[in-house]
Design a protein around this ligand. Structure first.
Ligand SMILES: Cc1cc2nc3c(=O)[nH]c(=O)nc-3n(C[C@H](O)[C@H](O)[C@H](O)COP(=O)(O)OP(=O)(O)OC[C@H]3O[C@@H](n4cnc5c(N)ncnc54)[C@H](O)[C@@H]3O)c2cc1C
Length: 375
């Protein structure tokens, strides 16, 4: 490892990879340090792979701004570089007349966020396009799609490498100390501990991003950087039922901002899953609790009456790195250059939960602007 590096990125999930692709080049020496043996082995390979359109988030929030921009950027790159995707669109359904007011409110929020081509559909219009779905009304979002997230990560990795970035796996960052002109980063790998100097540190450590921020000297409780783990489980749906819908079908989101409600997921092969649910947990544990099968079936029955508990099998689970405490209100992404905390050249990305996959290239652009101010 060279004695001094310009930019050190911690974490090779979708965010670290997208950031590396954006900030590399210009003769900068960029290192990406990842504790696992490959890229994308944590949250980024456990998502629904949905390219969200940006309807849900409060206007002017980082989630709304980066989601709307990221959605357009990812489609553009998928077309240009042959990354697998489909764009089936999505329906968010009101399951009875009492929910229509909230549906209309959400529709207006989407319009205010700049989501294009949204439409409000009547019950009859829903039946015309999705005969197996029950709804009193729905929002149709044609820009919602599905991406091959592994291929997207592979694209960012290749692009970053072509621009000169180096990826170092099985290397866990264990300490970050401020120096007069940057940071001294300590890494644990197979051969023990070693340290190097870097001008810029970019924290893309996902579920551990609060620990990495704390390592670098940020008081995470004081600044509200503490991550809470919120688990999401999936159940796969029996093959013969998978073709009964052609679009992603979602209920109205939870009123307390803790999730989008158990919904359908379609992958690029047309396999249908239900999920993710939303459960605060203390440990990282990716097992799926089989006893949740009945609750999954019941939660979608109102709009997908053809689903029976017997159709469902436990599938995967993921853990959201969320800033919102159980019972707390909406929290936005933290994307911060920390000069204001006496830590110039440190960029923290904390709480990058959904729509983090969609937002990744737009977050990377924001980070690149911050880096340009420093280097
Ligand atoms: C169930 C679920 C469903 C989701 N569905 C969607 C969706 O459909 N659409 C969407 O847009 N978003 C979705 N998301 C959100 C999206 O998956 C995340 O926002 C995104 O993957 C976060 O990427 P990341 O790179 O920040 O984190 P990660 O992928 O977790 O990457 C962080 C990396 O940092 C590494 N690391 C941590 N600490 C250290 C250290 N000290 N030293 C070295 N390396 C370190 C880790 O090993 C890891 O590889 C979903 C999330 C979940 C949990």
């Amino acid at each position: 490892m060279p004695d001094r590096i310009d930019i050190t990125i911690i974490g090779a999930g979708i965010i670290g990879l997208a950031v590396a692709a954006e900030v590399s080049g210009n003769r900068r020496q960029v290192f990406v340090l990842e504790q696992n043996e490959r890229f994308g082995m944590e949250t980024s390979s456990r998502s629904s792979e949905v390219l969200h359109s940006g309807i849900y988030y409060p206007p002017d929030s980082l989630k709304a701004i980066t989601c709307v921009r990221g959605n357009a950027l990812i489609y553009e790159r998928c077309r240009k570089y042959g990354i697998g995707y489909t764009q089936p669109g999505k329906l968010i359904v009101a399951t009875n007349k009492n929910e229509i007011g909230r549906l209309e409110w959400l529709f207006q929020r989407g319009i205010n966020n700049g989501v294009k081509k949204l439409k409000l559909l009547s019950a009859r219009e829903v039946k015309n396009i999705e005969p197996n779905v029950e709804a009193a009304a729905a929002i149709y979002s044609p820009s919602t799609g599905i991406v091959d997230s592994y291929a997207l990560m592979g694209y960012f990795l290749t692009h970053a490498r072509e621009k000169g970035a180096d990826f170092v796996y099985r290397s866990e960052v264990t300490a970050i100390d401020k120096t007069a002109s940057g940071y001294l980063v300590t890494v644990a790998d197979d051969s023990g501990y070693s340290s190097f100097k870097t001008a810029v540190v970019i924290n893309c450590a996902g579920l551990e991003s609060d620990c990495v921020a704390a390592m670098s000297g940020v008081h995470i409780d004081e600044y509200g950087y503490k991550i809470h783990y919120r688990k999401g489980e999936y159940f796969s749906v029996a093959r013969e039922k998978c073709r009964l819908i052609g679009r992603l079908i979602y209920p109205l989101p939870e009123t307390d901002d803790t999730g989008l409600g158990v919904h359908t997921n379609l992958n690029l092969e047309g396999k249908m899953r239900l999920g993710p649910n939303s459960i605060y947990v203390n440990e990282i544990d990716y097992t799926v609790d089989e006893t949740h099968r009945e609750a999954f079936a019941q939660s979608v029955k109102k709009f997908l009456p053809f689903i029976e508990a017997d159709d469902l099998d436990p599938d995967t689970a993921g853990i959201r790195p969320t800033l919102q405490k159980a019972g707390g209100g909406f929290r936005d992404f933290i994307i911060a250059e920390e000069s204001g905390k006496g830590l110039p050249g440190l960029i923290n990305l904390v709480g990058i939960e959904s729509p983090g996959l969609t937002s990744a290239p737009a977050i990377a652009e924001m980070v690149s602007d911050m880096v340009s101010e420093i280097l």
